[in-house]
Design a protein around this ligand. Structure first.
Ligand code: NDP
Ligand code: F7E
Length: 330
């Protein structure tokens, strides 16, 4: 690692470029985040990227995960493989979100340790923070209050992942880090009506309604909660930036620093899809946490800011959605 720079009172980091020829395993390389990281690494000249689908390698299988690490010997790992879903999936299948994610991350982190992986980036989520955390949410609000019940099982798994990363730092002195993204969107997102996050769900719902000349659509909850949306390409850029510029125990928030209400994002998507009907709200569906806006000042101190505006990101995502429309429905 390079020269140590102190960020007053928060963390320390050592800028150092990663070796472009070393084996770099992107766990979950077909997903929203993993595919964006893969594109970012390719564009930055990495020549030895390693990826496996869940069909080729089920990371819940400990023996298979250890064999894979022993064979491929990655020098770097980003853990973007996880069981992921929106508010309804999280609240309907809490056992899966807890158990699958615990198993995936324990297997990957243990195998990485056994095989001397030099740098690991563990990805958590902004849902690790207390439901009623002071906004914008600082990293030090972790474990200071009760979690949002619709995603507490998933959040507990993610908190365990952060702690495992920190424990490896303490016990073995390795420069492993973790990042906490806000709500993400972009190409290769999950657009399934029941399982997805809100932004892809709204794209699909309003686009379908516009094509069918429907008179109304019905969204979930009250529309009042506030969410912060970051494009996956920005997230991928932040991941590489953190790996090359940050070496501290604190999980680093990754977001844009601004949020919108669900009603506002719904109105925007209605406009861009050309839907002119009425929007209704199904208040029997959960709202989830009232606001989730990350404090991104640590990330700014380290030197990174998001570049893709919500308008630009939505435009890119809509174009990707239309290009992949047939495949997404097959
Ligand atoms: N999407 C979001 O809004 C947010 C995501 N995050 C975090 O970012 C990370 C990536 O999420 P995202 O890209 O959205 O998720 P996706 O669902 O788009 O992708 C998840 C990836 O994980 C892989 N995977 C799942 N289970 C297994 C398994 N048992 N074995 C091997 N691979 C598996 C899948 O592989 P395959 O395609 O081959 O089946 C898939 O490529 C996660 O840690 C998530 O918690 C954090 C905050 C917000
Ligand atoms: C990233 C984060 O994502 C999840 O948390 P969430 O932020 O609450 O996620 P969401 O995107 O699913 O919903 C955001 C808001 O939007 C409203 N909403 C309206 N209409 C639809 C709709 O059609 N689908 C969905 N999913 N939500 C809708 C919905 O009622 C809620 O008020 C975590 O479980 C966890 O996975 C996690 O870490």
């Amino acid at each position: 690692m390079g020269n140590k720079v102190t960020v007053t009172g928060v963390a320390e980091y050592n800028p150092a470029e990663l070796d472009r020829e070393a084996a770099f395993y992107v766990a979950g390389h077909r997903g929203l985040v993993g595919s964006a990281i893969w594109r970012r690494l390719e564009a930055s000249g990495f020549t030895n990227l390693v990826g496996r689908t869940s069909y080729q390698l089920d990371l819940k299988d400990r023996d298979a995960t250890f064999s894979f690490f022993a064979e491929t010997k990655p020098k770097y790992v980003v853990l973007a493989a996880a069981k992921v879903g929106g508010i309804l999936a999280n609240s309907t299948y809490p056992v899966d979100f807890l158990s699958d994610n615990m198993r995936i991350q324990v297997n990957v982190l243990d195998a990485a340790l056994k095989n001397d992986v030099e740098r690991v980036l563990f990805l958590g989520s902004s849902c690790i923070y207390p439901k009623l955390a002071e906004q914008p949410i600082r990293e030090d609000s972790l474990l200071t209050g009760h979690l949002e019940p619709t995603n507490d099982a998933y959040a507990i798994a993610k908190i365990a992942g952060i702690l495992q990363t920190q424990a490896v730092r303490r016990q073995y002195g390795l420069p492993w880090i973790s990042a906490m993204p806000t709500n993400l969107y972009g190409p290769n997102d999950n657009f399934s009506p029941q399982g997805s996050h809100v932004l892809p769900a709204l794209i699909r719902r309003y686009d379908d309604a516009a094509r069918a000349n429907a008179l109304s659509v019905t969204n979930w909850g009250t529309g009042k909660p506030r969410r912060e949306f970051l494009h996956a390409d920005d997230m991928a850029d932040a991941c590489l930036y953190l790996l090359e510029h940050y070496d501290g125990p604190t999980q680093v928030n990754v977001g844009t620093g601004s949020d919108v209400t669900i009603k506002e994002i719904a109105d925007t998507i209605a406009t861009v899809t050309g839907f002119t009907g009425e929007t209704k709200w199904d208040t029997t569906k959960p709202d989830g946490t009232p606001q989730k806006l990350l404090d991104v000042s640590l990330l700014a101190k380290i030197g990174w800011r998001s570049q893709i505006t919500l308008e630009e990101g939505l435009d890119r995502t809509m174009r990707w959605y239309h290009d992949n429309f047939d495949r997404l429905r097959s």
